[in-house]
Write a protein that binds this ligand. Structure first.
Ligand code: C5P
Length: 235
């Protein structure tokens, strides 16, 4: 499984439909980041063969957020493992049997298996959205409930917002990998992210990996932007 960085590592989110663009970013960013993330936008447009072309550049985070019956999720994890990703995402809301099935399927691939990361409550979900789906108590309570469920069922880590890092470290200690999007270096545009923090703040709170997209990919010089963020974390 992928090694835990000393101080938070950078995952560059390559959010594009274009395989050429993703490959250009991967080449430019590989010297400055620890991992490259491909998500549904890229995967649905281009399929596994295009993912395989990015994979040699860096450890890969395949962020496809599986959520289905346990047998189907196990099959999807096996299919994804053929691409040798370092990390994979599933939804904790799929329940303990689904999380367990994902972990067992990954274990079939031995010590180099991907880390299984559970998404608890999406950062776009607020208390009103949770209530509309029948969940009372607000996002923090639901994050804690789903985090416990996922970790007890065998998830290696969690995807969470910067705001939840301390909460989850207090509840679960240093064991789980915490992978954190919603990162904005001081002075960069928030875009559609609302629960944001700087790379330094998030690393100090105890995040293992920082998922950073537009502050790098929308910069005039993405490699320079990634290098500057890396320098701010490891002065
Ligand atoms: O461009 P930006 O830095 O906002 O990109 C963040 C990345 O993290 C995107 O790929 C987004 O899909 C992903 N992400 C997120 N919030 C989550 C889970 C994943 O922003 N809860």
């Amino acid at each position: 499984m992928i090694q835990r960085p000393n101080r938070a590592g950078i995952i560059a989110a390559l959010d594009t439909q274009s395989p050429e663009q993703a490959e250009a970013w991967a080449e430019a960013l590989a010297p400055h980041v620890g991992c490259l993330k491909l998500g549904l936008e890229f995967f649905v447009a281009n399929g596994p063969a295009a993912v395989a072309r990015i994979a040699p550049h860096r450890p890969l985070f395949l962020d496809l957020k599986f959520h289905d019956i346990p047998n189907t999720v196990a099959g999807a994890v096996r299919s994804a493992c053929a691409l040798a990703p370092a990390m994979l995402t599933i939804h904790a809301g799929g329940g303990p049997a689904m999380v367990q099935a994902a972990r067992r399927a990954a274990e079939e691939f031995g010590p180099d298996r991907p880390a299984i990361l559970a998404v608890t409550v999406l950062t776009s979900t607020d208390a009103a959205t949770l209530s509309a789906t029948g969940v009372s108590g607000g996002p923090a309570q639901q994050v804690l409930r789903l985090a416990r469920l996922a970790l007890e069922a065998g998830a290696d880590g969690l995807v969470c917002s910067p705001r939840e890092v301390s909460l989850l470290r207090d509840a679960h200690g240093t064991g789980p990998l915490l992978v954190v999007p919603g990162i904005r270096p001081a002075g960069s545009a928030a875009g559609d992210q609302s629960r944001i923090a700087t790379p330094e703040e998030t690393a100090d709170a105890g995040a293992d990996w920082l998922v950073i997209g537009r502050p790098i990919t929308a910069a005039p010089d993405p490699a320079a932007a990634a290098a500057a963020i890396a320098a701010s974390l490891h002065p």
